[in-house]
Write a protein that binds this ligand. Structure first.
Ligand code: ADP
Ligand code: MG
Length: 641
């Protein structure tokens, strides 16, 4: 029951393929033009047109708009409008059929070659290579010369020369797919090769086949016209666009309309097919599939009026107030961050804790405008860096501050480091992006940084590529990079989550030492309370985009006030206490596009009462500088101020 509800919710939320396609103006134009042309071609037998092959020597070469001949006549007095409509019909039919044949045969060859591999692959691909070894149009000419001129033979020729495009494309993708885990799983479940090929691999290849079709059909129409133009396709008196163009060529200077009219038609037809094809490609390209058809801009959109501030000397390092960040996906709005306040003073380390998906990363990314837009946007709040309002800063200023005043360390160092550059070069680049240093000076500084993050033999390590280093060492490099400039705030987003426990402890020790040596304030994000408590004196607990509790780490550790914090703490294993039962928090995090009124945690909370589900709940102060967003906190009896 709830499954169908979710599925429906998704179907409504994500914009349909049609809507996405119509978002693309050029593709829509192509679609409309193509539909008009198709309609005209399909309706040709029913239209009140003259006989396209009827010659009338008296009426030869009439100009357009002559009575009875809206587009004029050709050298034999045949009605150009009728020939254009019927010719378009022929060109379309031949072009599309050739594409479908090439797609079918080529895809089949590609699928089989890519999946079977070995000798089959070798043989099929060498055959394809042979076809490709000949110049394209020459091969088509040879085929027609052998088969004899005629529309059907032109169709075969065009199809044959286009098979390699499909075969090579599909083979490459099939090759990649057939080594993937889901194919292994299908094999282990006892499926036959044919079942795997058509049941598992084909559906994954289908979008590529469609993309290739949509981007080649225009070419094929053009090639058909080319063969007919040379007299090898449509034979007189039958008209297609190419043969009409060929016949008009001799009269280009005296009566240009005879060739211009089919020429314009070819142009419009191929353009509309290509525009639509590009739109379809954008739509089916998995990288562009989610959200609108625009690529993310360099900075998160800020859609609200940000109040101006007067800078004051006593401002904290980082002061985030009322931050709200949303993701607009179709008609759904995912409220990932729903009013977050964070304050980070000089030399301080603040821990941000919460389950996966609670909005920690989005909060951190919002500060420097790193949330992708679309679909993300900041809709409320402010973020001040030592009193400077970041949400009012110019793009140039933000670029200046990124990496220089505020730096990020992410979870997966292998994904953040460029695989093709030596780590030393990457460090030097990070330094020189913000400091006017010579290469030498920057290299020296990079070496010192590596020493600071406790990398032995830094000079040699500078020449290593990321893949030559261990996970812990890579994360040290990332931390060095984050410290490369005199950063005021370092945001560490789950920096130890991808590392094993011993390396994790080393990195935490390193961060602790660095804090003493440098005065960067740290915003440390983790889903793991124990990691945060090892480093941070203050902690904020986040749930469904809101801070539900904040205060001194030791105080919250010994006596959490919010039921969620308590449950989160019970998920942490305690060293030397093997008998302790690890609890899991029952239920699911709420769906961000349908947050409940009242406390978002109420459905999972053991202490929830009726009022929790209706009232909107503010963050309330407790004794000892603590705050809690709960109507029935665990501490109220003796903690309330
Ligand atoms: P975490 O607390 O684990 O770091 P995140 O801040 O990454 O969680 O994500 C919070 C919510 O925002 C999640 O529900 C996620 O689905 C959503 N979200 C994050 N990034 C995007 C994005 N680029 N597009 C759409 N939704 C996103
Ligand atoms: Mg995260």
């Amino acid at each position: 029951m709830s499954r169908t509800a979710t599925a429906n919710g998704l179907a409504h939320g994500r914009p349909g393929l049609w809507r996405l396609l119509l978002n693309n103006r050029l593709a829509t134009l192509g679609l409309v033009l193509l539909l008009l042309i198709l309609l005209l071609a399909l309706a040709a037998p029913g239209l009140p047109l003259a006989d396209p092959d009827l010659t009338a020597p008296v009426d030869r070469l009439l100009p357009p708009l002559s009575p009875g001949h809206p587009l004029g006549t050709d050298a034999l007095g045949r009605d150009l409008l009728a020939r254009l409509v019927w010719g378009t019909r022929v060109s379309l039919a031949v072009g599309i059929s050739a594409t479908l044949i090439a797609a079918l045969v080529g895809s089949l060859v590609g699928l089989v070659a890519g999946y079977a591999g070995g000798r089959v692959d070798m043989l099929l691909m060498r055959a394809i290579d042979t076809v490709m070894a000949f110049p394209y149009i020459l091969l088509a000419l040879v085929i027609v010369a052998v088969l004899g001129p005629g529309l059907l033979n032109a169709l075969y020729a065009i199809a044959i020369v286009n098979i390699p495009f499909f075969a090579r494309n599909i083979r490459g993708i099939t090759l990649g797919l057939s080594r993937r885990e889901f194919v292994d799983a299908a094999r282990l479940s006892g499926q036959s090769g044919r079942q795997i090929l058509f049941g598992e691999i084909l559906p994954n290849v289908l979008p590529v086949i469609i993309i290739t079709i949509s981007t080649t059909v225009g070419w094929m129409i053009l090639e058909t016209a080319g063969l007919s133009f040379l007299g090898l396709g449509a034979q007189p008196p039958q008209a297609d666009l190419g043969s009409m163009l060929g016949e008009g060529r001799k009269l280009l200077f005296t009566t240009p309309h005879v060739s211009i009219i089919p020429g314009v038609m070819i142009f419009v037809l191929v353009m509309s097919v290509n525009l639509l094809g590009d739109g379809v490609r954008d739509l089916l390209d998995p990288r562009l599939k989610s959200g609108a058809l625009t690529r993310p801009v360099a900075r998160t959109a800020i859609t609200h009026q940000v109040p101006a501030v007067t800078a004051s000397a006593a401002a904290p390092r980082l002061d985030v107030r009322g931050l709200k960040t949303e993701f607009h996906m179709g008609r759904q709005i995912h409220r990932a961050v729903g009013g977050v306040d964070l304050r980070l003073d000089e030399g301080e380390c603040l821990g941000l804790v919460g389950e996966s998906g609670s909005g920690k990363s989005v909060t951190a990314l919002s500060i420097m405008g790193l949330v992708p837009t679309p679909p993300g946007r900041i809709v409320a709040g402010s973020a001040r860096l030592q009193g400077e309002e970041l949400f009012l800063a110019s793009d140039a200023r933000i670029r200046q501050l990124r990496g220089a005043a505020v730096s990020h360390v992410f979870q997966d160092p292998l994904a953040t480091l460029h695989p093709l550059y030596r780590v030393g070069e990457q460090l030097v680049e990070a330094i020189r992006a913000h400091q006017p240093l010579s290469r030498r000076q920057a290299e020296e500084r990079a070496e010192r940084l590596l020493k600071q993050v406790r990398i032995a033999n830094p000079r040699r390590r500078m020449h290593a590529f990321p893949h030559q280093l261990s996970g812990g060492m890579r994360q040290r490099i990332c931390i060095a990079m984050a410290l490369a400039n005199e950063v005021k705030v370092m945001i560490a987003d789950e920096p130890t989550t991808a590392l094993d426990v011993t390396v994790q402890a080393q990195i935490l020790a390193l961060l602790r030492q660095l804090r003493q040596a440098r005065d960067a304030a740290i915003l440390f994000i983790s889903h793991d309370f124990s990691v945060v408590s090892a480093l941070c004196e203050r902690v904020a607990v986040m749930y469904a985009g809101k801070i539900v509790e904040s205060g001194r780490t030791d105080a919250i550790l010994s006596a959490p006030a919010h039921p969620y914090s308590q449950l989160l703490l019970q998920c942490v294993p305690v060293l030397g206490d093997p008998g302790r039962r690890l609890a899991a928090i029952p239920g699911q995090p709420p769906r961000l596009h349908a947050l409940p009124t009242g406390c978002a945690f109420a459905p999972r909370c053991p202490r929830a009462e009726a009022d929790c589900r209706h009232l909107s709940i503010a963050l309330r102060p407790l004794a000892g500088g603590r705050w809690v967003r709960c109507l029935h906190p665990l501490l109220e009896e003796h903690g309330s101020a």
